[in-house]
Ligand binder design. Structure first.
Ligand code: SAM
Length: 304
């Protein structure tokens, strides 16, 4: 109970500082340096970015100018660049070490012209004079106390037809017992060992160590503590005139889990494509994006 109370009082500044520390840690950097995604995981990135980049380029009559905020080692930036090599991409991140990983992966992939900018998200959005056709938050908004404030600061930097993409964010399903059991059963050996160790610690310390050593007690991962209520987020954004062209929930993880999770009601990731205002062509654009994405993803997803 004490942890929950403290959690509510954590500030945006505390979370920023926790992220600066976390993404300076060499163990975390090693993970991002060595990480190679298994086949068919993150396939939603290819499909969603291709759909929105093609739609925007058609509307604008040119390639998009995009910024990947909290871009880390560059997953979303690289996919955008591969979708359209003529697109103009910047990647913003607060961590020198993550930017170094992105730089080295760029070399390996032969993608040299992505601009890397070291700063934090709010500072970037407050100071940039540029406008963007696409502003991307990939596995990013859970690192903020107030995602609405963040997304509305981003919306102010959009070009007239511009869109924000948020992708790979946790829904509240991650807190359900069903989700925990299924992820344990299908988890990697190391994951299972960590969970078992943590339970043994809990039992042998009469509950004293829980949840202090739990991954969700990590302030840097602030929203992961409860998961994000994506319906509430969407309603709050709507009330500010930032409208979801698309809001989807989908499974994420191992290829096997991708197939099983939707049938167990465990679409734990969500993504949105947002734009300012709602114009005459937007309903058909929304439908067109939905059809493309549903048609190209090899697993079941829900559109909200
Ligand atoms: C979970 S990683 C996601 C990286 C990448 N977007 C991806 O999808 O693989 C989160 C990244 O956000 C960065 N980050 C966290 N808080 C930030 C902030 N306030 N401003 C800028 N970057 C931030 C971290 O340094 C880290 O690289």
């Amino acid at each position: 109970m004490q942890v929950l109370k403290k959690w509510a009082h954590v500030t945006e500044r505390d979370i920023l500082e926790a992220n600066i520390t976390k993404y300076d840690n060499d163990e975390i950097i090693k993970y991002y340096t060595e990480k190679a995604d298994p086949k068919f995981t993150y396939i939603e990135y290819q499909v969603i970015f291709k759909a929105i980049m093609e739609a925007l380029a058609e509307k604008l009559g040119r390639s998009v100018k995009a910024v990947d905020i909290c871009g880390g080692s560059g997953k979303a930036s690289f996919i955008m660049k591969q979708c359209d090599p003529a697109s103009e991409i910047s990647l913003v991140d607060l961590s020198d070490k993550m930017l170094a990983v992105a730089r080295s992966k760029m070399k390996q992939e032969g993608l040299e012209d992505i601009e890397l900018i070291k700063t934090d998200a709010f500072s970037f959005l407050e100071t940039t004079r540029q406008q963007f056709d696409l502003i991307v938050f990939s596995s990013a908004i859970h690192h903020f106390k107030d995602p609405v404030k963040l997304l509305s600061a981003a919306a102010d930097k959009l070009t007239a037809d511009g869109c924000i993409v948020t992708i790979a964010e946790p829904t509240t399903i991650i807190k359900s017992t069903r989700f925990k059991i299924v992820t344990f059963i299908f988890g990697h050996k190391e994951y299972k060992q960590d969970v078992v160790k943590s339970w043994v610690r809990y039992i042998t310390t009469w509950g004293e160590s829980w949840p202090a050593k739990d991954e969700f007690a990590d302030i840097a991962e602030y929203q992961t503590y409860k998961g994000i209520d994506d319906l509430e987020l969407s309603a709050r954004l709507n009330s500010l005139g930032i409208n979801p062209l698309l809001h989807l929930r989908y499974p994420s993880g191992d290829p096997l889990m991708l197939k099983i999770m939707p049938y167990m009601g465990l679409n734990w990731s969500f993504g949105m494509i947002l734009k300012k205002g709602w114009g005459p062509g937007d309903r058909s654009l929304s439908q067109q994006l939905q059809n493309k994405i549903r048609g190209e993803l090899p697993f079941k997803i829900d559109f909200i």
